[in-house]
Write a protein that binds this ligand. Structure first.
Ligand code: AMP
Ligand code: GLY
Length: 439
C-alpha cells in the first residue's frame, strides 16, 4: 500500500527511544502547527512532552509500521538512531512515499563502516588521521610492528560507541586487534581499522542536509569519558555544552571549505542523496581540523543540549531537508543563550548495570531547564524507573555557562535513584568555578 505524498505538516513520527528523540520532539512541539508527535517506541519520559505519545511498535515489522503510519496520517518521519538508518528504514519509508529525515542506507554507511568512510575521505581529500585497514592476524602483526606507535584500534562496523581503543603498548594493540578480528563485536569487527593517534580538542558539528545544500547547527562539545578529568572508559557521552567558544569563525569557515562541502560534493558524486543530519566528529589539531568520525544522526547528548536553542521553525527546516528544498540560509536559533547538559547514569555504566530502580523528582521548577529521559520506562504501578545505562539528561540554558551549569547541578540534587552517577565537571572548559558537592 503506497500513500499519496502529503502536503500538510501536522502529525510527526520519531523513531527511537533515547534522550535525543525526546529532545527533538520537545523542540518540534513548540511549533503551533504541529498537532501530534508519536515516538516509536519512546521511553518513560516521552509521554510527558506536550503533544507526544509513545507507540510501542517494532519498526522492523514493516507491514504494521506502514499500516500504523497511514492510519495516523503521519506527514513526516524522523529516524533518530543509526541502526534503523543503516538497516535501510529510510529507503523503505521513502519507497512508500513518506517524507523522511535521515539518510538512506547508502549515506548511513559513513557511520556504519568506518573503513568505507576513511576511503571516502581519502578520495575526497578530506583531512583525517592516517589509517590502515586489516582483516587478518598476519596483516595486523605486520602493520602494528611497522607503523608509528601509538595506534587507535577501531572495529569497522557499529558497536554502540564501544568499538574504539587506544592501547598503551604494542602488545595490547595487537591483543585487542586480535580480539576484535576473532569476534568481540561479531561481524562489526571483521575488518579492523588501525589509525594514527592525533591530538587536540574535539568538537561536534552538525549539518542539516537536503541532498545538495546544508545549514549548520551551533557547535557542541561532548564529554565522552565516564570519570571526571576525562578519565576511565569511553561512553556514549556524559554531558555536553553548546556553542563551543574554542571555535572561531575563521576556523569554522575552514571546516566548511575543507570538510563539510567536500563531504557533500563527494556524496553527490557518488549519487548518494543525503537528506538528514551529517554529524562531523572533529579534532582541532595543530595541523588544522581533522575528521575523527562521521555519524549519520544527531549526537546524544549534543542533541539534547542544542534543541532548546532552536527556533519554532526548526521542524520546517527538517521537513525542507526531507523534501530537498533547503535555501541554505534558514535561521535556526531563537536565542543567544548558551546551553549545558549533564547526564545521570546507572551505577556500572558503560559496563554492566542493573535497571528497574524508581526515580524520584524533587526539585523547584526553573525556567530554561529541561529534563530529557533516555533509559527510563514506566512499570506496572505507573512509576518511572531506570531502564538503561544513561538514564536522563538535565539541560539548562543561561546567559553564560556558569549560570547554566549551576542550575543543572542544582536540579540534579533533587533527582534520585539507586546508584545515580554523574560527572561533576561537565563544561569545565567553559566554567570559571565548578567545585561541587552533590549526591
Ligand atoms: P569514535 O567512536 O571514532 O568517535 O572514537 C571515540 C573516541 O576515540 C573519539 O571521540 C576520540 O576521543 C578517540 N579517537 C578516535 N580516533 C582517534 C584518533 N585517530 N586519534 C586520537 N583519538 C581518537
Ligand atoms: N555523543 C556522541 C555520539 O552521539 O556519538
Amino acid at each position: 500500500m503506497t500513500k499519496k505524498v502529503s502536503e500538510k505538516l501536522e502529525n510527526i513520527a520519531i523513531i527511537g527511544n533515547g534522550g535525543r528523540e525526546n529532545s527533538l520532539a520537545w523542540a518540534i512541539q513548540k511549533n503551533t502547527l504541529i498537532k501530534k508527535i508519536y515516538l516509536i517506541p519512546g521511553n518513560g519520559g516521552s509521554g510527558t512532552i506536550k503533544k507526544c505519545q509513545n507507540l510501542n511498535l517494532d519498526y522492523e515489522d514493516k507491514n504494521l509500521l506502514i499500516q500504523t503510519l497511514n492510519s495516523l496520517e503521519i506527514d513526516f518521519i524522523i529516524i533518530g538512531p543509526e541502526i534503523p538508518l543503516a538497516k535501510g528504514l529510510g529507503d523503505f519509508l521513502r519507497s512508500k512515499n513518506f517524507q523522511v529525515f535521515g539518510p538512506n542506507s547508502d549515506g548511513a554507511k559513513l557511520e556504519s563502516s568506518k573503513s568505507w568512510a576513511k576511503s571516502f575521505m581519502r578520495k575526497a581529500n578530506i583531512p583525517t588521521a592516517k589509517f590502515w585497514k586489516v582483516s587478518s592476524i598476519e596483516e595486523s602483526e605486520k602493520i602494528i610492528s611497522t607503523a608509528p606507535f601509538p595506534l587507535v584500534v577501531k572495529a569497522d562496523g557499529l558497536a554502540s560507541g564501544k568499538g574504539v581503543f587506544i592501547p598503551e603498548t604494542k602488545e595490547d594493540t595487537l591483543k585487542i586487534t586480535k580480539e576484535i578480528i576473532n569476534g568481540k563485536f561479531g561481524d562489526s569487527g571483521k575488518i579492523v581499522l588501525l589509525e594514527e593517534k592525533i591530538e587536540g580538542p574535539e568538537i561536534s558539528i552538525f549539518a542539516l542536509c537536503d541532498g545538495k545544500k546544508y545549514i549548520l547547527l551551533p557547535s557542541a562539545q561532548d564529554h565522552k569519558r565516564i570519570e571526571e578529568n576525562d578519565r576511565g572508559l569511553n561512553t556514549g557521552g556524559m554531558g555536553a555544552y553548546s556553542p563551543t567558544p574554542i571555535l572561531s569563525n575563521a576556523e569554522l569557515s575552514i571546516i566548511c571549505k575543507e570538510i563539510i562541502e567536500p563531504t557533500i560534493d563527494e556524496l553527490i558524486d557518488r549519487k548518494i542523496e543525503y537528506k538528514g543530519v551529517l554529524y562531523f566528529g572533529l579534532m582541532i589539531t595543530k595541523f588544522g581540523p581533522k575528521v575523527i568520525e562521521y555519524n549519520c544522526r544527531f549526537g546524544d547528548p549534543e542533541c539534547q543540549t542544542i534543541m532548546p536553542l532552536m527556533d519554532i521553525n526548526f521542524v520546517n527546516i527538517l521537513y525542507k531537508c526531507a523534501k530537498g528544498n533547503l535555501n541554505g540560509d534558514e535561521k535556526v536559533l531563537s536565542t543567544s543563550k548558551v546551553s549545558g547538559c549533564v547526564i545521570a547514569s546507572s551505577k556500572g555504566y558503560p559496563e554492566n548495570y542493573d535497571v528497574g530502580f524508581p526515580i524520584s523528582f524533587n526539585y523547584d521548577e526553573y525556567e530554561n531547564v529541561q529534563i530529557f529521559h533516555s533509559g527510563t520506562s514506566i512499570n506496572e504501578q505507573g512509576d518511572i524507573i531506570t531502564d538503561g545505562g544513561r538514564v536522563l539528561s538535565v539541560v539548562c540554558q543561561g546567559e553564560d555557562f556558569d549560570s547554566a551549569f549551576n542550575t543543572a547541578y542544582r536540579v540534579l540534587k533533587g533527582i534520585n535513584f539507586d546508584g545515580i552517577y554523574y560527572r561533576k565537571d561537565i563544561g569545565n572548559q567553559v566554567r570559571t568555578n565548578y567545585s561541587y558537592e552533590g549526591h
